[in-house]
Design a protein around this ligand. Sequence first.
Ligand code: SUD
Ligand code: ADP
Length: 293
Amino acid sequence: MADVVSQAAPAKINLALHVTRRREDGYHDLESLIVFADIGDDLDAGLAECDSLTIGGPFAEGLGAGPTNLVMRAVAAFRERWPEVSPPGLKLHLVKNLPVASGIGGGSADAAAALRIMAELADEPVPVSDLLDLAAGLGADVPACLLSRPLVARGVGEILSPLPDFPSLHITLINPRVPVSTPDVFRRLRAHDNYPLPALPEPLTRPVQLGIWLNETRNDLQPPAIKLVPEIGIIVDELAETSGCMLSRMSGSGATVFGLFGSAGQAHDAASQMRKLHPDYWVGTAPLLGVEG
Ligand SMILES: C[C@@](CO)(OP(=O)(O)O)[C@H](O)COP(=O)(O)OP(=O)(O)OC[C@H]1O[C@@H](n2ccc(N)nc2=O)[C@H](O)[C@@H]1O
Ligand SMILES: Nc1ncnc2c1ncn2[C@@H]1O[C@H](COP(=O)(O)OP(=O)(O)O)[C@@H](O)[C@H]1O
């Protein structure tokens, strides 16, 4: 085995998110087209006597490295489920590049990366379906992050339909550095029984097909999030005006807003404009990951 194994934890973006039902347990059923970008956190692991976690990177501050960190929760959950095949202790290091509580699933992506590392270092292969079940217990977005490829998620995120094809696209991400509380956004939601996602074109290979489809969709969490953080609405409008922007919308429960572009040049130009307008905001740009993950 290599001394250190690494896993990327790519940002999750909800290109469309429809809230279709309020459930008895207080959660809401969703239908969401989720994609992943080639930008995110990085998790390294080396063998050690016991599990430990250190955190570095631009968003490390204020994020605890103890047992409640999603990386440590994922490792503990894997050990509990598969004690016989789990590796000995792991010395883990997380480089936190993504803003925390920002609608792009950084914590979920970190948990998924930790599960992938545990599976890679396990003495025997563990069934993917069991790993997905374990992931669902850690958070609604963790199963999707485990796959890290374009997919439609239903239920609260545990029912996944990976897409067979997806156009090549670039994304610009803007976060006003205001964390948003997911429960607060759901609490402010007015309608709970919105119509589901329309059927996706098959095959889905051209950006224009996706653009037309996205125009018929929404993020139902965007209006309540804008009530909490008005900057979100301003960013959506500003990004929509940048050259080549196919769509600007909030991801997840916010506050990160994305712009979708056909080329890396357009995405970079939009990022530069947004940096000029808001020098204190976090701005990232990257290609989307394709169906190979
Ligand atoms: C909104 C989404 C969309 O991908 O992304 P993020 O904004 O977190 O990135 C996720 O569904 C977030 O799922 P997750 O991150 O697990 O949510 P939690 O923090 O567990 O949820 C906090 C609270 O929000 C409400 N909640 C959450 C998810 C859901 N499908 N219905 C809900 O009603 C519930 O009141 C819950 O107690
Ligand atoms: N490794 C982690 N990275 C980010 N947040 C974490 C992590 N572990 C635990 N958390 C907690 O999970 C919550 C949600 O974080 P995050 O996944 O970044 O949100 P979102 O899905 O909205 O982007 C945060 O409030 C944070 O305190």
